[in-house]
Design a protein around this ligand. Sequence first.
Ligand code: 5RP
Length: 241
Amino acid sequence: MTDTPRSDPAKDAAAQAAVKLVKPGMKLGLGTGSTANVFVHRLAERMQEDPFELRCAATSKATAELAQSLGLRVESLDELGWLDLTIDGADEVDPDLNLIKGGGGAHLREKIVARASDRMVVIADPGKVVEQLGRFHLPVEVIPFGWRSTEAQIRRGLDDLGLTERPITLRKREDRVFMTDEGNLILDLALEAIPNAYELAAIFADIPGVVEHGLFLNICHLAIIGREDGTSAELVTEENL
Ligand code: 5RP
């Protein structure tokens, strides 16, 4: 089941505003998740009404399948090389446009695609806007080999930052261990609040079994927040004005 534009007015409002940012000739990154799915539907509708040259790279197998099924041209990131724009959802957006992503377990490819783009734009509903990151669990992708020792190193790092006794859960879906598109595992960290996101990211970078974490720091350029009434608002930081 994919999310269609009718599923959620706020997501749809954000998606429709983001579709306007897509210009002929662009190379475009497509995100993952329910909001990104609505965007893919709206983009495909626009392309049907008014076809133009557009090459897309997807951040997950699921998005690639959806986009292709709706007639969009999807190629690998390596075929496209560098992207003009990536549009993706997020689990949390803070006032500096730092994000938590990975609720759908795709944050590794999402970060690779976002970092290979001139601009990353997030589309979200108002429930994703937070003052401080951390209420949503922080996903950390780890390789299966030795994952318990990786978990122990993460725990030690959290202790060092004063984030003691925070639950860490191996992600499962329908009682089976969740595997990412890259064949890795996800540990979900219930941190409650992350006062020191850059320090935490540095700790993850020093743990060999961690492939990538869901903190997107200084990557997003603009967030479009849709509202239930069909309007949307833009969040930008001063340096991106
Ligand atoms: C997937 C993601 C998604 O963008 C994030 O989970 C938001 O999803 P949704 O739009 O369904 O709320 O990071 O890895």
